[in-house]
Structures are given as C-alpha cells and as structure tokens.
Design a protein around this ligand. Sequence first.
Ligand SMILES: NC(=O)c1ccc[n+]([C@@H]2O[C@H](COP(=O)([O-])OP(=O)(O)OC[C@H]3O[C@@H](n4cnc5c(N)ncnc54)[C@H](OP(=O)(O)O)[C@@H]3O)[C@@H](O)[C@H]2O)c1
Length: 288
Amino acid sequence: MILLTGASGFLGQHIYKTFSPVFPIIGLGHSGSNCDRRIDLTDLKALEALLNELKPDTIIHSAAIRDPDECVRRPETAKALHVDATKVMAEWCQKNGRRFVYISTDYVFNGKNPPYNEKAEPDPVNLYGETKLAGEKEAQKCPDHLIVRIALQYGTTDRPELSFIHKAIKTLSKGEKLELDNVQKRFPSLSADVAKAILELEKRRYVGIVHMSNPVGITRFQMFKTIAAAFGFDPDLVVDTGKPPQMSANRPADCTFDLTLYKSLGLPPFHSFEEGLAMIKDEVKASL
Ligand SMILES: NC(=O)c1ccc[n+]([C@@H]2O[C@H](COP(=O)([O-])OP(=O)(O)OC[C@H]3O[C@@H](n4cnc5c(N)ncnc54)[C@H](OP(=O)(O)O)[C@@H]3O)[C@@H](O)[C@H]2O)c1
C-alpha cells in the first residue's frame, strides 16, 4: 500500500490518478477535500501515529509549500513540512524496512552552471530550495529511497487556484495584460508525464536520485505567449517586463537538467509544452 502526502495538491492529484489502478493507495490532504484522509504533517506526533496505524509499504512525500515567496512568508512551516516531516517519515520507513519516495525540485541548484546531472552539487538560492535539499538529505537516510527532482508543473486540475495556466486564461479572457520576465528559464512539464515516470520507477523500485522534466526551457514571457496562442487569445496581451523576475525570493536563472540518466532508464519521453497544452485544452476550458 502506498501512502501519498499532498494528494490534494496539483501534482499529487496526478500521482493518485496514475497509481490507483496499479497500487492500493491512500491520499493525504490538509485543507483540500479531494483526498482520503486529512492531516497536518507539521504535527509530527499525529504523523507518527498515522504511520503506525496505516503501516504503508511505501510513502510518497509530495506535500510542500511549493511557492518560494510563500516559504519566505512561512519559514517555520516550510521547514516543518520539507525537513521535519520528511525526517519522521524517512526514519519510520528505515525502522520498518519500508520504501520512501521524496518529490524534490530543480530549485536545489543555483542556476548558474547548467546542465545539472544527478551528481551535480546543489546550491539553492532561496529558502524553498534550502529546505527541499535538507529534506532530500533526510530521505537519503532511508536505504530504500527514491528522490525525484522535477521542474515547473502544468496540467489539468479540479483546483484551478493551483494552476498558473488557469490563472493566465482568466486574466487573458478579461482582455487584461500579463507582464512577465523574459530572463529566467523554466521547463514546463506535464504532471501526467511526471506521474507516469514515477510509476515506472516505482514498479522497478529504483533507488537513488532521478531528474525529470520537459527538456526545452522557456521564459515566463515565452510560456504565457504560447498559452495565449494555444487558447485563442491575443498574444500581444503578454508583455516582456524587460527585467529579471521581481519576486521576494531569489530565483535560479537556468536549472536545465542533464537527462542522460532518465533516457538511459528508458523512461517515457515528456510531451513538449505545445503538445501538452493541446492535450489539456478542452479539459482546462471546461474547468474554468
Ligand atoms: N508545482 C510545481 O511547479 C513544482 C515544481 C518543482 C517541484 N515541485 C514539488 O512537487 C511536489 C508537489 O507540489 P504541488 O505542485 O502538488 O504543490 P501544491 O499544489 O501546492 O500542493 C501542496 C500539497 O501539500 C499539502 N500540504 C500543504 N501544507 C500541508 C500541511 N501542513 N500538512 C499536510 N499537507 C500539506 C497540500 O494540502 P491541501 O491543499 O489539502 O491543504 C497539497 O496537497 C512538492 O514537493 C514540490 O516541492 C513542484
């Protein structure tokens, strides 16, 4: 049985949907309703009690505060969720001979010397990356572990408030402009592709770190132009700010992954951003 944290989240929903025909799975949420059980993972006593009650064979820890600016606003919660809860779960798995899977991020790198393979030295530039990296170190203490580093997620969702595509379409449909940086490279990756690749790694019980993403990097400005074109809006509504991203937490400029390991494992290729948008277009429109 798999216990999935963050099952009510953007990626968690896709992992739950992809895994449930293959493995028995229990999905945990916190405030969201689309999950099997709710728990505050920062309540470490309640977490330990839940693990002793459910005794999962594998834990997939996807819950996080994934917005770096939100991590700046709530540093204690970010640390508790990314590091302390990870420690409790990884130690429980180690003690009970179970498997631990940790969803991590390309933001563990500083973005100055891409491409990054799995052996590259992490050097996060913000608290989000620092706490996610500290979580990786806890995860590695469990011998049977998998760490999956992923990039920016997009796809279908029943929680449009978690999706940058849904938010962009709402703005564009009002004829309002979107001003975005044309500097930082992102690697928009279809969450359904990510979930499929993780399932494949789980079937093999792969141990170690794996990088996975759409290989083509584009800036926010280019990304939102592509969204406007795909959904039939005027691409001129998307404007280049002419400046680097202006956000409270620093952002790494270019975290391109070296995907040699991913390819050598024969894992399914990622859809391009254009292909992915075409695949999700009707469902996204219906959920607005
Ligand atoms: N999304 C991206 O672009 C991206 C990029 C790189 C890496 N990642 C990584 O991918 C993983 C999944 O991210 P996501 O996009 O699915 O994030 P998300 O949509 O923001 O979902 C976060 C999840 O964490 C849960 N959560 C938050 N605080 C909690 C708490 N105190 N106790 C229990 N659960 C709590 C949320 O539950 P409720 O909603 O029910 O409160 C939700 O299920 C994360 O580990 C993130 O670091 C994401």
